[in-house]
Design a protein. Structure first.
Length: 316
């Protein structure tokens, strides 16, 4: 019998954390973080990592456990999430995967390899990194557009590490990166899944995102960003590229007024939310879409879905 897992997906600022706590409380669950930036230690405000009081409600896995100077890969997440899943099941509890980082969710729930270590070519990576230094990230991104337009459509041009990885896979394997990441359509998940996708009216969501940024500033986001800059990490370090911090670097360096930096942060957060929604619609086609922001009464529907799912006999 396949082990059961509840997945909560959705854009930033739509209430995933709140729902995960309600489900964990109602169904004896533990939470696995599926957000690529909430894994980092000391980056709590800008990543909207669950607070200490929220983590006290239910056990959280893969939260604040990676140093900011560490690189972290999709394959490592998949290994860590699998270990967390096994530990939760061993306790007789319900795993609840929560996140907005599509590639992390997909690699885990559909058991994708996305290339594997045998496709790592340090010399090629070094060449691409040098090209980015000399001509900018766009020069590397244009190569990906030519080689694998589908992958380019899914990866932000400034995510140099992921752009290079997609180029690497497409150049040295017999399949494009986008082909490998789309294979879940032909795969059966090793898990019995209930996928809940949260969303709300776009204007409502954007207003919530804007307010959330203001709240983060009041909670100490600027001080947290100053701490990150003080670590003197390379600009292309994974943790340095997180939305919520990189937009404030120019302000802290005296290159931009705070008002403009915060507007950039809000705009990037809204754009990211739009990409998250598009990704979920295209990739998690079995998801149940619900709005808990303007229709909080839908919580009862979610609880009923989860109850029926957990009671049902799992398919072999």
């Amino acid at each position: 019998m396949k082990p059961k897992m509840i997945v909560i997906a959705g854009p930033t600022g739509v209430g995933k954390t709140s729902l995960s706590l309600k489900l964990a409380t109602a169904f004896n669950g533990e939470i696995i973080n599926g957000d690529s930036m909430q894994i980092y230690q000391n980056l709590n405000i800008g990543t909207a990592t669950p607070t200490e009081s929220e983590q006290a409600v239910a056990v959280h896995h893969l939260v604040s456990y990676v140093r900011v100077d560490e690189e972290y890969s999709v394959s490592r997440f998949k290994e860590d999430a699998t270990s967390a899943m096994e530990a939760i099941l061993a306790k007789g509890k319900v795993p609840i995967l929560v996140g907005g980082t599509g590639l992390y969710l997909e690699s885990f729930i559909y058991d994708l390899t996305l290339g594997g270590k045998d496709l790592e070519h340090p010399e090629f990576r070094a060449q691409m990194e040098m090209l980015a230094q000399m001509e900018g990230n766009e020069a590397v991104y244009r190569k990906l557009v030519d080689l694998d337009p589908k992958a380019a459509d899914q990866i932000h041009p400034n995510n140099l590490r992921r752009v290079i990885r997609a180029l690497e896979v497409g150049t040295f394997s017999d399949r494009l990166f986008s082909d490998q990441s789309e294979t879940h359509a032909n795969h059966v998940s090793p898990y019995d899944l209930l996928i809940i996708a949260l969303n709300t009216d776009r204007q409502v969501l954007y207003e919530r995102i804007n307010m959330r940024v203001d709240d983060m500033v009041n909670q100490g986001l600027i001080e947290e960003t100053k701490w990150l800059l003080a670590q003197k990490l390379a600009e292309d370090q994974q943790s340095m590229k997180a939305i919520g911090y990189k937009e404030l670097f120019p302000y802290i360096r005296g290159e931009m007024p705070l008002e403009l930096a915060l507007e950039d942060l809000k705009q990037n957060s809204r754009r990211y939310a739009k990409r998250q929604i598009t990704w979920i619609r295209n990739r998690l086609t079995d998801a149940h879409w619900l709005d808990l922001v303007t229709h909080p009464e839908n919580l009862q529907q979610v609880l009923k879905l989860a109850e029926d799912f957990l009671k049902a006999t799992s398919l072999p």
